[in-house]
Design a binder for this molecule. Structure first.
Ligand code: KG4
Ligand code: ZN
Length: 345
């Protein structure tokens, strides 16, 4: 990004953000760092399949995109002619889904004769912390635990443009582990919110599951998933009603284990980098146990904790619009030839 091109920030910047990387079609309008609207259409169709079906997702995006954008503009009270630029998720995500948002952004921008801005989905989860609110954003540099359905990372953020992944999962992501554990228990997709809810009534110390022993700041969740799968399978052989009877305790125990795994490396990352400004982002940042544990650990280690509003944790277009805003300030526009990418660049 070219810093010397910073434009006059006295001008109000209106960005339409579009997010279509997975199973939520979302459009948001921002005025500078303030969110004027943030509309999300989720796709119930995947529930019965225990996960996102890519072909269904892209078709649903096609159906949702126009009404979602219309609603976002209407709710924001912004006319399309007022827009300064359109930001869209370029990746990572599902190709067919990304293509819907990317193509829509290009066509709409072309019609309005305004520029387009590309956003990386994972960076955008982090930059959601810069959406205007009552409390100040994290001070730079900070560490962000980015935990979603597809990724689990510890990121060192030196500026909106300079982010370095210092730890990442070598197999499953934290959100994926919630989703797979839910599937094993016969619970619907996405599993995270439902496990979070049932865990409130359960004993988190009732069951113990395998924790990874891997060096450095990386994560691994596949061993935990397998240990959970075999345990449940063995218990079901003895008692067909086991999951039904023990659901709450199973949810509380697996949730506690996932949070402990996440926290262990985050504590290590803070020690190694000597950074005590700590944020969390991504869908799993909505988890009540993680939020609670972060606050307690933050007090213990004297960290400054930044936890996003729930609506900015799971996929949303407000985070794409704010990412676009930072790029707009740098006049870092994307060419019309920009193609989506499915994996992290
Ligand atoms: O960031 P996100 O909306 O989409 C991706 O970029 O993947 O994250 C979705 C993930 C899913 O795995 C979902 O189960 C998980 O976030 N999730 C939660 C909670 N809410 C969503 N996991 C645990 N507790 C929650 N309350
Ligand atoms: Zn996400």
């Amino acid at each position: 990004m070219c810093k010397d091109k910073l434009i006059d920030t006295k001008e109000d910047v209106y960005i339409l953000g579009i997010e279509s990387s997975c199973d939520d079609t979302s459009a948001a309008v921002t005025k500078n760092r303030r969110v004027l609207s943030n509309i999300i259409a989720d796709q119930d169709i995947h529930r019965d399949y225990g996960g996102v079906v890519p072909e269904f997702a892209s078709r649903a995006h096609q159906q949702h995109i126009v009404p979602v954008v219309e609603r976002a503009l209407k709710e924001a009270g912004v006319k399309k002619e007022q827009l300064s630029a359109i930001a869209f998720t370029r990746g990572p995500g599902l190709l067919g889904s990304l293509l819907v948002g990317t193509s829509f952004a290009k066509a709409f921008a072309m019609g309005l004769n305004i520029p387009i801005l590309e956003a990386d989905h994972l960076n955008a989860h982090i930059l959601a912390h810069f959406i205007q609110k009552d409390t100040p954003p994290p001070q730079l540099p900070f560490l962000c635990l980015t935990v979603s359905g597809g990724h689990s990372q510890i990121v060192r953020v030196d500026s909106p443009e300079k982010m370095t992944v210092i730890g990442h999962t070598i197999d499953d992501a934290a959100g994926e582990t919630f989703d797979k554990a839910a599937k094993i228990m016969g619970l619907p997709y996405p599993g995270g919110p439902i496990i979070d809810k049932l865990a409130q009534q359960g004993n988190p110390n009732k069951y113990q599951f395998a924790k990874p022993k891997i060096p450095n700041l990386n994560y691994s969740f596949s061993g935990l998933k397998t240990s959970f799968l075999y345990f449940v399978r063995d218990q079901l052989k003895k008692d067909k009603q086991f999951v039904e009877k023990e659901k709450n305790h199973l949810c509380a125990s697996i949730q506690k284990t996932i949070v402990e795994i996440l926290m262990k490396k985050l504590i290590l990352a803070c020690k190694e980098t000597k950074i005590s400004e700590v944020a969390v982002a991504g869908g799993v940042a909505a988890n009540s146990e993680l939020r609670k544990t972060l606050k307690i650990t933050g007090k213990q280690y004297q960290w400054n904790i930044h936890v996003p509003e729930i609506s900015y944790t799971t996929d949303n277009a407000a985070m794409i619009a704010i990412t676009g805003y930072f790029k707009y300030l740098q006049q870092d526009f994307a060419p019309m030839t920009t193609a989506p990418y499915t994996r992290s660049l």
